[in-house]
Design a protein around this ligand. Sequence first.
Ligand code: ATP
Ligand code: MG
Length: 567
Amino acid sequence: MKQSMTLIPTLREVPSDAEVKSHQLLLRAGFIRQNASGVYTYMPLGRKVLQKVEAIIREEMNHAGAAELFMPALQQAELWQESGRWYSYGPELMRLRDRHDREFALGATHEEVITSLVRDEVKSYKRLPLTLYQIQTKFRDEKRPRFGLLRGREFIMKDAYSFHATQKSLDEVYERLFQAYTNIFRRCGLNFRAVIADSGAMGGKDTHEFMVLSEIGEDTIAYSDTSDYAANIEMAPVTAVYEKSGKQANELEKIHTENKKSIEEVSAFLQVEDKDCVKSLLFKVDDRHVLVLVRGDHEVNEIKLKNFFEASVVELADANTTKEVLGCSVGSLGPVGVGNVEVVADHAVKGVVNGVCGANEEDYHYQNVNPERDFKVSAYADFRFIKEGDPSPDGNGTIVFAKGIEVGHVFKLGTRYSEAMNAVFLDENGRTQPMIMGCYGIGVSRTMAAVAEQFNDENGLVWPQNISPFDVHLIAINMKDKEQAALAEELYANMKTSGLDVLLDDRQERPGVKFADSDLIGLPVRVTVGKKASEGIVEVKIRKNGEMQEIHKDQLAEALKTILQEL
Ligand code: ATP
Ligand code: MG
């Protein structure tokens, strides 16, 4: 491709509304342009990256046994009403009416469309399992579209859906697609982790998110410093074991602690450590109240609480309710003498000796509190968030935290949609069964932005070779110089015949502009035709590390192939 024939509108200035690197650089290097909030045009360079990412996805999905189809973005409301999501999806679903006043949605996802398709076309176990996928534009009216392509309102997704007669078959396909996802993100060059995510059930292997490690990520990942264990921090179980120290239990004492409310204030005042305090929090668990205890240096994990009680709603009781139920403010809560609500505690509380807790009385705390002797709990369980330094739940290594951008999601749906929409099949014994389903998404446009986020330097983007819009940036310093122009054209033609994807900067621009644009765009290799054109010598520069060498045109094609292979 010649630069004079395409549109790469680079910008010198950092656009003021772009907060993160990927957004700034994709705009500045002319890969995308914003049309409306969260709505973008993929410019020719951006389009090429997307096509390369899509090609990798197609290869891996096809290899994993999935078949590509293409479903409508315009979806009848009736289907969403059948699944119930017309009512539960909320304002993120873009809704509209046709000229006959019929309601439609713009596809935010395609479970409804695919389930209705497969229920009509597949009737027997003999046609299962079946995995179908598409790469398509999705619409979600996000509350906060931001960071450019990372959270758009119109974006490109690869979504796949699998249908099964048995759970075992779902498990097998899930495993295969998990591997395909691993291959896809690896081939895109990303530094990522497959993370155990929240499926609503604890510890299950029923859903994983693929997270690209990045400081701007919205999710926190807890991962092992030695093994490949990684989980959303909400999901990571705590496996630390707590024993009481041999210390002798002292007599319980009530102490005046005026205006000392937080754990930090109380522990500083009483000169104890946070871990010697018992933090007590009153929660509303569905329609009752539960007092939850964790050690002062730990935080309650509401998802674990919710799962433990198999509750649908868990929330912290407000100040008024706390006063009503336990007769004091939030900062003075404690378990001693509590009889009117259930008390549960995190395992770590078991190990507390001579601890400190609130006395359920304004400005008073107890000291030398000992579990079992001074208060009873109905259950000890894992109720806290994992912390950095905790042992990894798989028994290998220590937990560290990182932030992540979710680029993919694999999920065992079960029969949620097939039951609601009556997608059934006849099993071997002629019995009617709901199909068991899985769904698998990749944010294609988000993946492109995630790569831009991970691969850049102060001069611009640095594309991994597999998804770079072109392999080589060929630059003629002075297109008015006949020799340079001729050599550039000759090399351009040769590279194309030898299978290299090459972008030729044939513009009449100053060399400084050409080099700056070239660094900004970030193709893996730059070939510059300059003063030594008459000798047939060009300069080859590797974008990633700045290494330069001079090469004769006769050796160029071979040299470039070797360089690109080694990148
Ligand atoms: P998020 O928590 O980021 O909102 P999600 O859980 O809503 O994501 P899914 O419904 O699982 O996402 O969609 C599958 C994939 O689509 C995600 O893993 C992500 O990569 C991508 N994706 C989701 N929402 C957006 C968006 N607004 N813009 C770009 N990509 C998105
Ligand atoms: Mg979302």
